[in-house]
Design a protein. Sequence first.
Length: 115
Amino acid sequence: QVQLVESGGGLVQAGGSLRLSCAASGRSFSTFALGWFRQVPGKEREFVAAISWSGRIANYADSVKGRFTISIDNAKNTVYLQMNSLRREDTAVYYCSAIGEGKYWGQGTQVTVSS
């Protein structure tokens, strides 16, 4: 069965950095894009970043461009989100997603940025 397991969330001060990881298992993801979304209570889940399995194509939400970097390690079936210059408005539950022949979600990891 497909599993996406996130890790790396936590509490950080504004201006700090965190790196999220998402380990994918249960099927081949070679035809998938892997991405990160985030959600705060009372709001819809929003797109943060996505990357093709090859790693050649990456896209970012305007709100995180220049601060976040998505990357992928095919050998480990793991996608990363390096988050720098964090702001209070980045506080959210971050979800990993695999999009292709179907759509899969991880359980989410909390990121809290304090001022």
